[in-house]
Ligand binder design. Structure first.
Ligand SMILES: Cc1cc2nc3c(=O)[nH]c(=O)nc-3n(C[C@H](O)[C@H](O)[C@H](O)COP(=O)(O)O)c2cc1C
Length: 273
């Protein structure tokens, strides 16, 4: 199975990805937090996050969130300019600001709208696209209306986070519904959601042996060794893990200290790690 690092706005930014890949590794591919085209521009902070000169993780895929083909064209311009060949489309973000624009998970109740975006995927055939989605916005069967068009679109894989948009990150993941999706999706499937330990990963691998991979989000933030533990087939000892976490924090510190001003700003950025 491939091990992917999930996009998490505010956390898995270039600094974290660069340092994580250097200190821990164990990740086949990192995904950037979503890029958006908003108020006629792409935020400079988001541009910096995907610029090649700021990224050292070997395999990196930019993620985009789009309402229409114009937004998509603007974002693909930047991505092509930076020489990326793969792009992930976000159809899972539950934040109301995005959902109201029929973006992220807010697009899931609208099959025609998904079909429009999938048509753009077909038209931009120089890029290999993947999709990250939820079961639906408010109904766990919404994906069933989308699957025909998703199955017909050339995609490298589909990542499924089996919650609803309205749940945000609350409640439990719906493994039964995921199982249905896994059986019906014709693309390679990646599982994402609530994998916090090596035994969680092994359970999913055992239950879904044909998975293309798993995507680790909060579990990888909490234990940055999770990917390497899977690759080695065993957990890291406490001492070794503590030493590596220390090294990771020291390296993040070294980068951040040059950028952030004052202890308050610095602490609010570093403390969540
Ligand atoms: C703070 C935060 C920011 C996130 N940002 C993104 C994002 O930019 N793009 C995306 O596809 N998912 C985003 N997600 C969702 C995660 O990628 C992942 O799907 C979710 O956390 C479930 O996986 P996990 O249980 O392994 O964390 C975010 C989640 C959180 C908690």
């Amino acid at each position: 199975m491939n091990i992917y690092s999930a996009p998490l706005q505010g956390f898995t930014e270039a600094v974290w990805r660069n340092v994580h890949s250097r200190v821990f590794g164990g990740i086949d591919c990192y995904f950037t937090p979503f890029l958006r085209y908003e108020h006629g521009e792409i935020r400079s902070k988001d541009i910096r996050d995907v610029e090649r000169k700021n990224n050292s993780a070997k395999r990196l895929v930019p993620q985009i969130i789009v309402a229409d083909k114009n937004e998509m064209a603007r974002l693909l311009d930047l991505i092509r300019r930076e020489g990326y060949e793969r792009v992930d489309i976000n159809m899972g973000c539950p934040f109301p600001l995005q959902a109201r624009r029929r973006c992220g998970a807010g697009i899931l109740p609208y099959p025609e709208h998904v079909a429009e975006i999938m048509n753009e995927v077909r038209l931009n055939s120089d890029i290999v696209f993947s999709l990250k989605m939820r079961l639906g916005w408010s109904d766990k069967n919404e994906w069933k209306n989308l699957l025909p068009v998703i199955n017909e679109t050339p995609l490298s894989h589909v990542t499924m986070h089996p919650r609803l948009g309205v749940q945000q990150y609350k409640g439990t993941v719906d493994i039964e519904a995921f199982s249905e999706f896994y059986n019906e999706c014709l693309h390679p499937v990646v599982y994402n959601g609530d994998l916090l330990s090596l035994s969680d990963i092994k359970r999913i691998e055992n239950d879904f042996p044909c998975l293309d991979g798993i995507m680790l989000g909060r579990g990888l933030l909490a234990n940055p060794a999770l990917g390497i533990e899977y690759m080695n087939g065993k957990e890291l000892g406490n001492k070794e893990l503590a030493a590596l976490v220390r090294k990771m924090h020291d390296e993040i510190y070294d980068v951040m200290v040059q950028r952030l001003q004052g202890n308050t700003q610095f602490l609010s950025k570093l403390k969540p790690y």
